[in-house]
Every structure is written in C-alpha cells, then in structure tokens.
Design a protein around this ligand. Structure first.
Ligand SMILES: [Zn+2]
Length: 126
C-alpha cells in the first residue's frame, strides 16, 4: 500500500518529505513545519474534553481512507477483512497505544458512545 501511495504522489508532483535518513525528532520537526498551516486550521482539541472527539475523527478518517483504497479497481484484499491499528481513544495526553481492530468492527459514525480503547485504558472521568 505504501509503495502504491508513493507512486501516486510522485505522479501528481505533490510535495513530498523523504524521511528515510532522518531521526524521529527530525521527522517530527519537519512534518510539523510542513503541515503547520493545515494543522492550525484543525480540527484541533484545545482541552482534554475535546481530545476523544478528535481521536475519533482521526480514527474515522483512517476507516474512510481504507474504504477509498479498497474501492479502487487495482486494490487487492478487501475492506471486510482488513485490520488496522487505531489510536486508543482514552484521550490521555501521554497515551500512544494502538488498538488492532478489523475495519468492519470500528464503531459506526453514529456510535460515539463506544470508544476504541487499548486493554486497561478507560475514558476520563468528567
Ligand atoms: Zn489509551
């Protein structure tokens, strides 16, 4: 999938960042600089209460990217059998856990009451 996306980006002559030779810190700094304008536009979470919705938005975007990928005529595999590592939606700022979940098991757009959580993680108390 990565090779296919890289080839498509190259065809469009869209801006690219080649991170293969960079440290993680260098990559983070360059990606933040590169996307600063877009990131400022949001969506964003300015408070802890807003983080769960932002994480759901990002995870939902991953589901839709897969849906678009598998809809392409050259794609192999299927949406119904694909698994993705979603961001844990516990919304703790220090959490970087991922949750392996079949795309078809990701909560429906109308289901905001079912967070995707890593084992042992829970939603913050209000
Ligand atoms: Zn978590």
């Amino acid at each position: 999938m990565g090779q296919k996306i890289a080839a498509e980006v190259k065809e469009t002559e869209a801006p690219q960042l080649s991170v293969d030779e960079w440290t993680i810190d260098q990559t983070v700094a360059e990606v933040e600089r590169f996307f600063a304008g877009v990131l400022a536009k949001g969506p964003t979470a300015d408070t802890a209460d807003e983080r769960p919705a932002l994480l759901r938005w990002a995870n939902r975007a991953d589901v839709e990217r897969y849906r678009a990928f598998y809809a392409r005529p050259w794609s192999t595999g299927s949406f119904d059998s694909a698994v993705h590592a979603f961001a844990c939606e516990c919304a703790r700022p220090e959490c970087d856990a991922q949750v392996e979940l079949a795309l078809i098991d990701f909560p429906a757009p109308s289901d905001a009451a079912s967070p995707v959580l890593a084992a042992g993680h829970h939603m913050p108390e209000n």
